[in-house]
Design a protein. Structure first.
Length: 75
């Protein structure tokens, strides 16, 4: 499981989006990025569909997930 609390591109508040991890300053759930990518969208598509999310945020989330999964594989 990925620990999103150490990723500065995301935040979580109980009163927003049922407490889901969202891109900082938005109501866009982090899971929306992964769901769209799994469905064949590109990062550019995602950024077009969710204009409140920046490219830097999307890249940070993908890098954080990658690093977390790599560390988990080594454990």
């Amino acid at each position: 499981m990925i620990n999103w609390s150490s990723c500065p591109a995301v935040e979580r508040a109980p009163e927003r989006v049922s407490g889901a991890w969202v891109f900082y300053g938005t109501r866009v759930p982090v899971r929306a990025l992964f769901e769209n990518l799994e469905d064949g969208a590109t990062v550019d598509d995602f950024l077009e569909w969710f204009p409140g999310v920046t490219r830097a945020q999307a890249q940070a989330v993908l890098q954080h997930a990658s690093a977390s999964l790599a560390a988990e594989a080594l454990a």
